[in-house]
Design a protein around this ligand. Structure first.
Ligand code: FAD
Length: 368
């Protein structure tokens, strides 16, 4: 039996889904969120909250300080034996997604959204959402906010080249006291051939290690989630001291494959008129900028405005493009320069004499 439950049905209760629900519920719309995880979980994410993410969350009533966020003040780049550090030109924070996502869902629920945990959608077809328990739901608008996960019948038809798809891996570590003190209030990016690792404090004395890597390089080195950290410690000089004596706080690292970096909804084929994509279903930016969560929250605000004003999908896509295209193009260019070993060498030499250029790059790769 098909049950028409709400004006808007959101599939996925991560940051984009919960924020969309909060915006709509605050304006009095009836909105239901389906989140497949019954309990708060960790996610593959560097957990760096940039300026826009902090602002969007504060605007939605989330108090990062009281959730135990750690303020991040510096950015440090490492490549081979070179390093460059600069103060961040804005306020940033580190916070575990296992804390942040449920907090935002609570705010959406408080605003009036109906949040249903442990409910997985198995397919969407013709304005109807099928659930794993055999039921079906329908609504005037169906919002796809499933992040990296595709929904059956709605796989993003990628406009990307295969080289843009990367492997992501993340775990929380307990570093030695001296490694933690050296890390301080910095987000660190350690570059190596075929990828980079981000390391930063994420509250409660925990460090987040997250990697984005070319799958061909991963395979050629015969890496696995069980061996990759030993490999980093051995072959990435800047991580040796940081990772010596480090203890993982996860039973095993989280992984994700085929992350379609550079995906933009406004360049993709049209969806059915009742379907709306948000967060990583709409935009995927290179992880090294730490802007994925800002975009998830920013796209949710754009979508909320469009749905409330009764705008069309074309207008929504135009709004996303207007707000975020420049930043994605800058992030992709910056990533390409840092991925090439020759250009990376040039950038590291430039930053050694002009560290403030790092602040300029940080500004260019995010929205105003
Ligand atoms: C290696 C790596 C490092 C990163 N580092 C950073 C960083 O430091 N800073 C930053 O801002 N961004 C970072 N990002 C990006 C960031 O994690 C994403 O942009 C962000 O999580 C996107 O939010 P979202 O709400 O779109 O998706 P998600 O957070 O993935 O939420 C999707 C939700 O949908 C649910 N779901 C999925 N399928 C179903 C289904 N069928 N039915 C019901 N529910 C479903 C999931 O359980 C999940 O809760 C990183 C990404 C990677 C890969």
């Amino acid at each position: 039996m098909v049950d028409r439950t709400a004006e808007v049905l959101v599939i996925g209760g991560g940051l984009a889904g919960a924020a969309t629900a909060a915006h709509l519920a605050r304006a009095g719309r009836s909105v239901v969120v389906l989140e497949r995880d019954a309990e708060p979980t960790h996610k593959v994410c560097g957990e760096f909250l940039g300026r826009a993410a902090c602002r969007e969350l504060e605007g939605l009533g989330v108090d990062l300080e009281s959730l135990g966020a750690r303020w991040i003040e510096h950015c440090t780049l490492f490549s081979g034996d070179r390093s460059a550090q600069a103060p961040l030109p804005f306020r940033a924070a580190g916070l575990s997604r296992r804390t942040l996502d449920p907090a935002l869902r609570d705010h959406a629920a408080w605003a009036g959204a109906d949040i249903r945990l442990g409910v997985r959608s198995t397919a969407v077809r013709g304005g109807q959402v099928d659930l794993a328990n055999g039921e079906s739901l329908s609504a005037n608008a169906i919002v796809i906010a499933t992040g990296k996960h595709e929904v059956r019948g709605l796989t993003r038809r990628s406009v990307l080249k295969r080289k843009d798809a990367k492997i992501g891996i993340k775990e929380h570590l307990s570093l030695t006291p001296s490694a933690m003190a050296d890390l301080g209030n910095s987000v660190e990016l350690h570059f190596f051939e075929g990828g980079y690792a981000g390391l930063m404090p994420t509250g409660d004395g925990v460090a987040n290690l997250s990697i984005a890597m070319d799958p061909a390089v991963w395979r050629a080195r015969e890496l696995t989630p069980a061996t990759y950290r030993d490999w980093l410690q051995r072959y990435v000089p800047s991580l040796q001291d940081r990772l010596t004596g480090a203890r993982s706080l996860f039973p095993k690292p989280l992984t994700v494959s085929a992350v379609p970096y550079g995906y933009r909804l406004w360049s993709a084929p049209d969806d059915e008129p009742s379907l709306w994509r948000v967060g990583e279903q709409a935009i995927v930016t290179p992880s090294l900028t730490g802007e994925g969560m800002s975009l998830a929250l920013g796209s949710a605000r754009c979508l909320g405005e469009c749905l409330l004003a009764g705008r069309s999908q074309t207008e929504y896509r135009q709004s996303l493009r207007r707000h975020f295209n420049r930043q994605i193009l800058a992030a992709r260019s910056f990533e390409a320069l840092l991925e090439g070993s020759m250009t990376r060498g040039g950038i590291m030499r430039l930053l050694a004499v002009l560290p403030s250029a790092l602040g300029v790059a940080a500004r260019l790769t995010r929205s105003a």
